[in-house]
Design a protein around this ligand. Structure first.
Ligand SMILES: [Fe+2]
Ligand SMILES: [Fe+2]
Length: 358
């Protein structure tokens, strides 16, 4: 059974009960240290509190540990490593008959205006193996598995994710998975239910909340009725829960997320529910392809977006693929590792999670 073990000093990343303003000021201090030459290359941020853990990257720890998937991530587990992938955007050129709707704009965008070059099949193909190498107990995906929600894309995404083997896997759709009215329901045929639900993931539950519906823009919709269902689902148990949702509740600087054409309608209601529901100990999302972390509310509930996991490697545009791995216990997310595609492979982000800024 994996444990967080004793606090270690290494080249890993550190995350603690999230203090958004604290880490920002700490980062500014670190930048000043770097400018003065006093920061050590690749060193983690050191935190004095014994509540905080400094972890080696999983690739280092795996050398000491047993084979992957040799743990029981189910009921009663004290700790869990949760991998978070999102926004794979698996693309397959659609049939001509599939494009006479909103998808026409998507196809033009993808294949004539070059957006398809934003994503990489080679990176996507490497993702499952890299995730397993990070030794998670469970994987969650926060949507946009496909680009235009065709059967060919869903089938390709499903085939790709068979690379996770028998790893427990939870997934919600993104707006690209319900790209057109015609595609409604297709996600479920490939990946199962989209109902709002709690899943026991060991020390915490995952609460999966689908807010996606076909839309001519890129909006999500947290309706009054769906937020009521989410509230009832969160209150089903006193167990801590991590909310998984495709859309950001907040932007990268903590501001309301926008522009409105690609934001979540009703985000304020979801945020109020998070604030009012102490069971919620974290929020995971995607949709915005450059990752960031923030927090929300007086409880400083941490919010993580790794960034698109299927992104192409375009360093001049500060663009590459990412996924996260969280160490979770019954108090919530205790540490985060962020893996980035470096042009050849996924590797722990140099300098620590989110050191790249996006
Ligand atoms: Fe996306
Ligand atoms: Fe999206």
């Amino acid at each position: 059974m994996p444990t967080l073990g004793e606090p270690r000093v290494g080249t890993g990343v550190c995350f603690a009960p999230f203090q958004g303003t604290v880490w920002r000021s700490r980062r500014r201090r670190r930048i000043r240290q770097t400018l003065r030459g006093t920061a050590r290359e690749g060193a983690s941020e050191r935190l004095a509190s014994s509540d905080f853990r400094v972890l080696e990257p999983a690739c280092v720890r795996s050398a000491r540990a047993g084979p992957p998937n040799d743990v029981d991530p189910g009921y009663g587990s004290a700790t869990m490593r949760l991998a978070h992938i999102t926004d794979l955007h698996v693309e397959r050129v659609p049939e001509a008959s599939d494009v006479f709707n909103k998808r026409l704009f998507g196809v033009v965008n993808l294949y004539l205006l070059g957006r398809s070059g934003h994503f990489s099949r080679a990176v996507q193909d490497a993702l499952p193996g890299a995730v397993l190498a990070a030794r998670p107990d469970r994987v969650v995906c926060t949507g946009d598995l496909t680009a235009t929600a065709t059967d060919a894309e869903f089938e390709a995404a499903r085939q790709l994710l068979t690379g996770l083997g028998d790893m427990p896997f939870d997934v919600i759709p993104g707006n690209h998975d319900v790209y057109t009215a015609e595609s409604a329901g297709r996600f479920s045929r490939y990946f199962g239910t989209t109902e709002t639900r709690r899943v026991n993931a060991g020390p915490v539950d995952l609460c999966l909340f689908d807010v996606c519906a076909p839309d001519w823009q890129s909006r999500g919709f947290a309706t009054e009725a769906s937020v009521a269902v989410l509230g009832a689902t969160l209150r089903q148990s006193d167990r801590p829960a991590i909310l998984c949702i495709h859309y950001p509740l907040r932007g990268r600087r903590g501001q309301p997320y926008g522009p409105s054409g690609r934001a979540l309608v009703g985000a304020d209601a979801v945020e109020a529910l998070v604030e009012a529901t102490p069971q919620v100990v974290g929020v995971l999302h995607g949709h915005e392809h450059h990752g960031f972390r923030t927090s929300v509310g007086r409880r400083d509930v941490p919010i993580f977006n790794p960034g698109a996991s299927g992104y192409a490697y375009l360093p001049k545009k500060h663009r590459t693929a990412h996924f996260n791995v969280y160490d979770v216990d019954a108090t919530g997310i205790r540490a985060v590792e962020r893996y980035a595609w470096n042009g050849e492979a996924f590797a722990a982000e140099p300098g620590g999670a989110y050191a790249s800024g996006g």
